[in-house]
Design a protein around this ligand. Sequence first.
Ligand code: SAM
Length: 329
Amino acid sequence: MLADSYGRVATDLRVSLTDRCNLRCSYCMPPEGLEWLPGADQLTDDELIRLLRVAVERLGISEIRFTGGEPILRRGLAGIVARTAALRPRPEISMTTNGIGLARLARPLHEAGLDRINVSLDTLDAETFVKLARRDRLADVLAGLAAAASTGLAPVKVNAVLMRDINDHEAADLLQYCIDYGYQMRFIEQMPLDAQHGWRRENMVTADEILLALSVKFALIPKDPGARGSAPAETFLIDGGPAKVGVIGSVTRPFCGACDRVRLTADGQVRNCLFAREESDLRTPLRAGASDDDLAERWRQAVASKLPGHGINDPGFLQPARPMSAIGG
Ligand code: SAM
């Protein structure tokens, strides 16, 4: 079990498969100049599966989410998913992706064992997409979403980050699009995790603002607030349901007290929080011949020292050295 000293137990593992991405979303990365992890530092497929096996068999991990960077850029992704699905007890397997390439890969990934998917989509306007992501790929993302839905990956969730004066006017349109296509929309507050440290509290679009923008067009009723559990999103029924929308207020409505997540970076470092300033190295002992027992114990210790909260709202808050793209969102 991965327990910390505040009574939380981590069962949900977020695995970054690569720090590379084919978009350059302004809230995540600079236009250019970000250095990638050297290939030799990255866990091989066998090393990764070994750590996943330790996590599932010995540490109680029951959900594994592949992310990045862009996980679809990882060579052999379907094989990694298949090997993860062969672990026992079989974990729930999901992926967060920008959707580029999913039109081709949705079916093989689903067949390999992928259960659920989250696709990031911040705008429905091709020009705004280029402004935000610095690449002209909106059509690929929409095609990827459609492929995911037709393949039977369910529910298909859509993540959006709203940026002031860029796409914040699109909140209701994005939600309507998702309702029309049967996707579950979730809005995420912008967090201080961009590589270029450009986040400013006064610029971020807050959960309150998002809800206000949506309420102009939709009647939103909180859905079972008592049953939220460890879910990062506050869920609202739209116009009486069944359609729903999530708002992830990581900054203004933190949910650290119920956090059940732990992260593994592409280079084999355990992070007990997105905002952790320290990591625990599993790659070095793994490559030095550590036993499963030893790796499991190191992982337990890494989670045991988890802080009570992410600290974004503390006066002395400092962004972690690694950006979101390298941690795995
Ligand atoms: N490339 C994949 C994708 O686009 O979904 C997976 C990695 S990305 C880092 C995961 C999620 O984090 C995306 O939904 C993205 O919008 C979100 N994200 C990235 N930087 C963020 C930030 N500074 N604040 C809030 N969300 C962020």
